[in-house]
Design a binder for this molecule. Structure first.
Ligand SMILES: N[C@@H](CCC(=O)N[C@@H](CS)C(=O)NCC(=O)O)C(=O)O
Length: 228
């Protein structure tokens, strides 16, 4: 299958790998139609000057020796921040939010702890069932989808969604009184549930918060575009 730019191909220009001409500039590896969306959203939110290297998870470009030197796991996303090579989407976002004073890092140590809590929680409680719903409702080719697995994912999301709804009912945000990395990290993972048409009607605070988060200009700019 030929991949267009919206799906991502490794640029032929191997200067990107060698860093020539772009020394020191933040590099973000990974196509938007992947967990790299989370990091692209963050760098847009912070207004950073960065170079996007559209390594794809499905065409072998994440398994080249050059990319494995950035992320030995052979997965996306990853960043290279002036020599600091970092992987794991949540860790990358927490690092970038803390490093750059873009208002996304919580202002107190207690709120900082909440941001860590919600980020770990989203990865452990939400990501797997949300991915099952996404894969089996829209991402996989139709003949490979199993509706039972999608429904099971939606079912497993009910309890974490209830917890999230109760938390959002208090202040509307997850760490402190404004939008932070905690909201971005959790909303970026829950974007899969929305794409998978998980019914959020029983969770009005989640529904409102998620809609507002995903409509932020930085989120829309990062969002995967459909191949034409
Ligand atoms: N926990 C990692 C997961 C990264 C991950 O699994 N990324 C997928 C794309 S969304 C990937 O690169 N898959 C390729 C593979 O597993 O070989 C993170 O959040 O960054």
């Amino acid at each position: 299958m030929t991949r267009g730019p919206e799906q991502g191909i490794l640029p032929a220009d191997d200067k990107l790998w060698q860093g020539q001409g772009t020394m020191g500039k933040l590099k973000v590896y990974g196509v938007p139609r992947s967990r790299a969306y989370r990091v692209l959203w963050m760098v847009n939110e912070l207004g950073l000057d960065y170079e996007h290297v559209p390594v794809h998870f499905g065409d072998g470009s994440a398994k080249t020796p050059e990319y494995l030197a950035v992320n030995p796991n052979g997965r996306i996303p990853a960043i290279d921040d002036d020599g600091l090579k970092l992987w794991e989407s949540m860790a990358i976002n927490l690092y970038l939010a803390k490093k750059h004073d873009g208002g996304l890092w919580p202002k107190t140590i207690e709120d900082e702890a909440q941001a860590l809590q919600w980020s770990f929680w989203a990865m452990t409680e939400v990501e797997k069932p949300a991915l099952a719903a996404l894969l089996h409702r829209m991402f996989l080719p139709e003949d490979m989808r199993d509706p039972r697995l999608a429904d099971e994912g939606e079912q497993q999301l009910q309890q974490p969604l209830k917890v999230l709804d109760q938390a959002l009912a208090k202040t509307g945000y997850l760490a402190g009184a404004s939008f932070t990395v905690a909201d971005l990290n959790v909303a970026s993972i829950l974007s899969w549930a929305r794409l998978a048409r998980v019914d959020l009607s029983a969770f009005p605070h989640v529904k409102q918060w998620l809609t507002a988060a995903l409509q932020r200009p930085a989120a829309e700019k990062a969002a995967p575009k459909r191949a034409s």
